[in-house]
Design a protein around this ligand. Structure first.
Ligand code: AMP
Length: 304
């Protein structure tokens, strides 16, 4: 089924206890598209980059099934740049730099060929832009999933709340859920956030897995213990890409479908953290993903 994803395409500079990178490929839409392409092709992307963005990165994304017709290239402008430093536990990080550059004035264009899409992933960027994409689609997709982060809660909370009214599923991490709701208990936070609009909520808890909430029900996906965690950047976007990709592939829409989507999203995210940036997702084989999904199943399976 047809899928549209919107989000940043970026340069990232990352510091972890294991090393440091200069500007490398990053951005929410980049990770989402690479993950979702495990399930559906094309992944129709909407984003904006500057003339510094590498042609080779665009080609790599296209070779993985991304359709970049909706990606604007702004001559004489710079791509979005983000820099972050992870703490020793790798579960938390500080944002060092956010340079919006082309994202600051982004006016998203929905190509005619994207109209009628059934699944929409609103990756991390300004909630105004996320809402514009919904409004510029002539028919409402069957499922709208949205990601966001503390940066937008800090500077655009009212707009974020407007966008929340229009979506079906919100995917955020535990810290963001607490900030958005003002409640420490994730159960209470989930209830409060779902009252803001989304009928489903996924709360990611880093290495401790993820929770899916809907209408009084909760599903818990484990965090797979990994020997190597090198760089968590993009794990949340990869999760979101796997989640929406699985839903789009299976035509899913309900809580039971989403339980499986959470496992596929978690499996893909577990690859993402093994190398810097999106490196581990490039050329990832379907068989590798399926083997890891089986690890998740055996990890959480028990009988009483
Ligand atoms: P994650 O680790 O899943 O939270 O995502 C990290 C990615 O999000 C990086 O590749 C960044 O380029 C991108 N990113 C960071 N801050 C923002 C922002 N304010 N808006 C859009 N994308 C962002």
């Amino acid at each position: 089924m047809s899928l549209v994803v919107v989000g940043s395409m970026a340069f990232d500079a990352i510091e972890t206890p294991f090393g440091k990178t200069d500007k490398i490929l990053g951005g929410a839409a980049t990770y989402i598209a690479l993950a979702a392409s495990q399930f559906v092709k094309p992944v129709n992307a909407i984003s904006v980059v500057g003339n510094d963005f590498l042609q080779s990165d665009m080609q790599m994304m296209e070779s993985h099934g991304a359709n970049l017709e909706g990606v604007q290239v702004k001559k004489d402008e710079k791509s979005f740049f983000w820099s972050g430093r992870y703490h020793n536990d790798m579960n938390s990080r500080d944002t060092l730099v956010t340079e919006l550059n082309v994202l600051g004035t982004f006016d998203p264009v929905v190509p005619e060929s994207y109209q009628g899409c059934e699944y929409l992933m609103l990756g991390n960027l300004s909630p105004d832009v996320q809402r514009q994409v919904i409004e510029r689609l002539q028919t409402r997709p069957k499922l709208i999933v949205m990601d966001t982060m503390n940066f937008w809660m800090d500077i655009a909370l009212d707009s974020l709340k407007e966008t929340l009214k229009l979506i079906d599923v919100l995917v955020i991490n535990d810290e963001e859920a607490r900030q958005l709701s003002g409640s420490y208990s994730l159960k209470v936070a989930a209830k409060q956030i779902m009252e803001m609009g989304p009928k489903y909520l996924v709360i990611k808890k880093g290495e401790h897995g993820a929770l899916l909430f809907h209408d009084g029900q909760v599903f818990s996906a484990p965090g797979l213990p990994l020997e190597e965690v090198f760089d968590p950047t993009g794990a949340g976007d990869t999760f979101a890409g796997g989640f929406i990709g699985y839903m789009a592939k299976t035509g899913g829409q309900d809580f039971e479908d989403m339980k499986r989507a959470v496992i596929f999203g978690s499996a893909l995210a577990s690859f993402c953290v093994e190398k810097f940036g999106p490196e581990r997702l490039i050329g990832l084989e379907e068989a590798e993903m399926n083997a890891r999904v089986r690890e998740f199943v055996s990890l959480a399976h028990f009988q009483i």
